[in-house]
Design a protein around this ligand. Structure first.
Ligand code: FAD
Length: 296
């Protein structure tokens, strides 16, 4: 009797179980995902886009989300359109996943958890249209009417925020009152009323304002680093970097300083050193550190 039998039969109720046929093992080859870029193209063969478990992920949503990015970018590539659809960590969970795949050591099938997102206070289901419609429109994925709707919503939210911030109510500023958990706007019909969606967004915004502002600051710092492009073939053998950092940077060849900073084992001090070296590099070669994101 083999060990599986013993294990199964050790369970109460399964003392006499018979195994007629074992299930299957899941074994498949995969590409080391650090060989991809943020558009999900293979860096070595930039016309080949990969999505799903071939990139070391597990899960329907993970596969579908990558399929969307790889599919859009493959279609653009075939149509000869410049500019790729990529999402940042502070814009979408898709951005978190792809960034993780490229920069982290993936040692087991990757699943996307909310805990992997450092900006999860902003990556909410209720604001998905506000975060992503403009990008979708830019890449031909969202129609004009949807884009107009979201722009009108933004205008309504901005106007309502201004109105609320200008009101004093019961001796206090209304916006400050809305931050208090026991203040319910709906209990005060005498106050200016807005659409339910505008109310919802402003309510969340006011209540989490401090945390969201903190996250925005972090996201800005991240964007700054992400804007520092590292040229292909850059020599990472820089005096002062640890052997671990050099080996990981050489292996992964991060395309931006942001991606380099998220590699496990590369410290902030080493990123500062890399930044100095990149500056010197750009001064001697005509390398643009702050390339604009190409427009489609
Ligand atoms: C038993 C089981 C249960 C699971 N349960 C869940 C779950 O509950 N929730 C969840 O989120 N995930 C679950 N998963 C994981 C999920 O199914 C996979 O991660 C996901 O389907 C991967 O999608 P994919 O598109 O990358 O690959 P696949 O869905 O495997 O698609 C790859 C396709 O490529 C085809 N193909 C392969 N080679 C070739 C070739 N040479 N030419 C042409 N076509 C080819 C295959 O036939 C297949 O249709 C489960 C997986 C298994 C095995």
């Amino acid at each position: 009797m083999d060990v599986q039998w013993l294990m199964v039969r050790s369970l109460p109720g399964l003392e006499n179980a018979l195994i007629s046929r074992y299930a299957y093992a899941i074994e498949y080859d995969f590409v080391f995902p650090h060989q991809l870029d943020l558009s999900l193209a293979l860096r070595r063969w930039p016309n080949l886009f990969l999505a799903g478990q071939i990139n070391g992920t597990s899960g329907y949503e993970e596969a579908a989300a990558q399929g969307l990015i790889a599919g859009v970018n493959a279609a653009r590539c075939v149509a000869g359109q410049s500019g790729t659809l990529t999402l940042r960590r502070d814009q979408a969970y898709i951005g978190v996943m792809i960034d993780d795949l490229i920069s982290k050591d993936i040692t087991e099938p990757y699943r996307l958890f909310t805990s992997r997102a450092e900006y999860r206070l902003s990556l909410r289901q209720d604001n998905a249209d506000r975060r992503l419609t403009a990008i979708g429109y830019q890449f031909g994925l969202a129609g004009n009417s949807e884009h107009q709707r979201v722009m009108a919503l933004e205008k309504d939210i901005a106007e309502a925020r201004q109105v609320i911030q200008g009101i004093r109510y019961g001796g206090k500023n209304l916006w400050e009152l809305m931050k208090q958990p026991d203040f319910n706007y709906a209990d005060h019909p005498e106050l200016p009323q807005f659409s339910p969606r505008v109310h919802e967004q402003l309510h969340i915004e006011a209540r989490y304002a401090g945390y969201i502002a903190h996250q925005d600051k972090q996201a800005q710092a991240l964007r700054k680093l992400d804007n520092w492009k590292i040229p292909a073939g850059f020599d990472f053998n820089i005096p002062g970097l640890s052997a671990e950092a050099v080996s990981k940077l050489c292996k992964r060849q991060p395309a931006t300083l942001g991606l380099a900073s998220r590699i496990d084992g590369v410290t902030p001090a080493e990123i500062a050193l890399l930044q100095v070296r990149l500056k010197a590099f750009s001064a001697t070669h005509s390398h643009d550190l702050n390339e604009e994101t190409p427009t489609p």
